[in-house]
Design a protein around this ligand. Structure first.
Ligand code: NAP
Length: 297
């Protein structure tokens, strides 16, 4: 069985940062990831509030970080964690590929997009439904699309789509956005962005197994070919819900970023906290990594 001093679950920005701190301190560390390195930032088209880069797209920032991880020879591998068993300092991680032994774990599994919950949403994924404007936007060049949501993600991705698509409707359930003022002001300058505030999407219309429109709560129809859903995110904690203390699905930590289980730490979007940003995730990755080093030495 492979054995490490610390295993990091999730290679998003928090997990990669923790790995860099651990490796530089001489700790044997493994980074496990079930998706792509960088996690959710791969779905972000424009980042303008991460100091050091006036403007950078998410995938480029993720690749820069992975490059740094790889330059340090940090072991990085695929693994979908199914369970964690704890016997004091011995922790057994079972993935869909193998069993791994470690004495410390850092949970950095992040979040995934929240779904609307409409009946044909899953079926039409990839046939008009998307959770990633940056990945799929070009498929809707010169077409009419709708972005659902009123947070920073919805507005940023609506701005990205507005340069590609003919019309970008924004459907938000309240009359005010929940986004930074700078984004709201930018949205107002685009003639082809059409807000539909105080509305919900109640039905996704389809023709020949592709999206053909959406019906709003006032019964009006937007004739769109693409639906981009940005209604928030939910934490990836199903594999630890019997072990770790959670609140609203998020991991609870103390000021050292340690969970209720000694030797298991957490950082990034998976923890319960006030601010979900790249900069905070990186700070927490550094802190969790440093505290694991302290606990091992
Ligand atoms: P969010 O801030 O939680 O916003 C989610 C939006 O979806 C809200 O407007 C919410 O409406 C709406 N919503 C939630 N459930 C819904 C439902 N069932 N039906 C219809 N609408 C629904 O999510 P986010 O935009 O993904 O951002 C997540 C976090 O990352 C936030 O903390 C955000 O600030 C941060 N972030 C920051 C940046 C940046 O700094 N540039 C960029 C992206 C994300 P209500 O407003 O009515 O609740």
């Amino acid at each position: 069985m492979k054995t490490y001093e610390c295993v990091i679950i999730g290679a998003g920005v928090a997990g990669m940062t923790a790995a860099i701190y651990l490796k530089r301190a001489g700790i044997s560390v493994l980074l496990l990831e079930k998706g792509v390195p960088g996690g959710q930032i791969n779905k972000t088209s424009i980042i303008e509030n991460y100091p050091g880069f006036k403007k950078i797209d998410g995938p480029t920032l993720a690749m820069n970080m992975l490059d740094q991880v790889q330059s340090l020879d940090i072991p990085y591998q695929y693994g979908n964690v199914l369970s964690i068993e704890v016997d004091g300092d011995h922790k057994i991680i079972k993935t869909d590929m193998e069993t791994i032994m470690t004495s410390r774990i850092i949970l950095a599994s992040g979040r995934k997009p929240r779904e609307l919950g409409l009946s044909n949403e899953k079926k039409l994924l990839g046939s008009g439904i998307s959770y990633c404007a940056y990945c799929d936007g070009m498929l809707y060049k010169n077409q009419d699309v709708v972005v659902i949501g009123g947070g920073n993600s919805a507005l940023e991705e609506a701005l990205y789509l507005a340069d590609i698509c003919k019309t970008v409707y924004i459907v938000h359930r309240r009359l005010e956005y929940r986004a930074d003022d700078i984004l709201v002001k930018k949205i107002e300058k685009y003639d082809n962005i059409k807000p539909c505030l105080g509305q919900n999407v109640i039905e996704i219309l389809e023709k020949d197994n592709r999206v053909s429109g959406v019906r709003l709560s006032d019964n009006s129809i937007l004739p769109v070919t693409g639906v981009f859903i940005y209604i928030g995110q939910i934490p990836e904690t199903s594999f630890i819900e019997d072990l770790i203390t959670l609140k609203d699905g998020y991991v609870m930590t103390n000021e050292h970023l340690e969970t209720n289980i000694p030797g298991i730490y957490a950082c990034g979007d998976v923890i319960k906290k006030e601010l979900y940003q790249i900069s905070t995730a990186i700070g927490e990755g550094a802190l969790a990594g440093t505290n694991v080093v302290k606990s091992l030495k």
